[in-house]
Design a protein around this ligand. Sequence first.
Ligand code: GLA
Length: 397
Amino acid sequence: MRTPPMGWMSWERFRCNVNCENDPKNCISENLFRDMADRLAEDGWKEMGYDHVMIDDCWSSMLRDKDGRLQPDPQRFPGGIAKLARYLHDRGLKLGIYGDLGTHTCGGYPGTTLDKIETDAQTFASWGVDFLKLDGCYSNEEDQQKGYPLMSKALNATGRPIGYSCSWPAYRGGLPPSVNYTLLGEICNLWRNYDDIQDSWNSVQDITDWFFDNQEILQPEAGPGRWNDPDMLIIGNFGLSVDQSRSQMALWAIMAAPLIMSNNLRTLSSEARAILQNRAAIAINQDPMGVQGRRLLQERSLIEVYWRPLSQSASALVFLSRRQDMPYQYHTSLAKLNYTAGSYEAYDVFTGKTLSGLSATTEFTVSINPSGVVMWYVYPKMHYEDPQDDVIPSFHH
Ligand code: GLA
């Protein structure tokens, strides 16, 4: 996971709906995950990098088997997890699963107590699982201190590469000294730092405020193989307008956040799809340098500016409006945003237009919709003869 993982996860949209009798299309069952795998494979998602299908809570039977192993609910997963993993692998996709370090999962299903860590790691590996989200309900600080590193060891000991997402910090307030990010970076590939996302713009704002208010602590902890996780993308559901959806996509790209959608891929609007499949936004999120971005400015006008450095001397800028009146004309220059002297071009991620001939001191104006963004990919202008010209990213054309 040298770049943030991408894919689809069941929780935010489908929760713990286990009522397959009344709601067969939307309940947590192998059909749901097969359906989403089909969509990822057939609707262009996989090619864009969305290659994980992640099962969240409520997949398992209420009882372990006679050998003490977790087993899927037999009615809802009659084919078993190994068969589902094969179905995904045949389509070039990866399977994620959910566990909980504690007596129970947050939804009340069997948890992984310390004595079960090795068994569960072996079980997941034997099924061909590629990713584990290990939640932290129903355990105390001490168990977590022991259990999260132990699961890391146990996963490595299986010999199967398995991405490891740790909810540990979210259960310890997300900040040092209760949270040791140095240790997390060594044992986990990503970690949930903060509260669950809900289907609303309020929730997106609450999460982004927390992450950027704490950027001095969180930003340095991210890098290739180790990511802060502000939780799932809710684009395509019910809570966000089109502008707010662009805002979530833009801010998650700035944060180098995992791009894990939780939505109904069977019924996405074309607007939602276009935002989630925006090449430039994804390329910014997946930049190989893997440096998390920052909030540069919070203006009295309620405009905020975010910035992320990217490889090849490029960078991303996001202008976010927290106003509730009308599009705001924001005047600034690259120099005011700490850019050094030089000649730049700016590719507007959501309009596809390029602004050329910007010098650091050129004053410009962006029109930002209420709760919307303008997002730029900024790169130094290259000379026509320069053979380096072909490094201009492909989304530029
Ligand atoms: C916790 C996690 C969520 C989800 C639920 C499942 O709340 O933070 O992401 O996994 O548990 O019960």
